[in-house]
Ligand binder design. Structure first.
Ligand code: FES
Length: 102
């Protein structure tokens, strides 16, 4: 299990290994806005990982290509429907750019 804290609301949710960050966000009720329902096509689930980056699955080529098409990405950027919690450490993510891939 990992505790995923979602900023700026500060809501937190315990999630099992294998859970996507998108599922954690939706479980926390911090946001219900995503466009492709986690089918990895819209890029609207762009988030910043503030802590616990090593507790997430690595970025694969498909996610990297999708991130490259989004304005405003940075070194902490991930797509919440691609990034899977490994259960090894707690994670803090920021939703400020959620929806920027639209
Ligand atoms: S929800 Fe559409 S790419 Fe993540």
């Amino acid at each position: 299990m990992s505790l995923v804290t979602i900023l700026p609301s500060g809501k937190a949710v315990d999630v099992a290994a294998g859970t996507t960050l998108l599922a954690a966000i939706l479980a926390s009720e911090a946001l219900e806005n995503h466009v492709c329902n986690g089918k990895m096509t819209c890029g609207a689930c762009h988030i910043f990982v503030q802590e616990g980056r090593k507790g997430l699955s690595k970025i694969n080529r498909e996610e990297n290509e999708k991130l490259d098409s989004i304005v405003g990405i940075g070194s902490k950027s991930r797509l919440a429907c691609f990034a899977t919690v490994l259960g090894t450490e707690n994670i803090s993510i920021e939703l400020l750019s959620f929806g920027s891939g639209l």
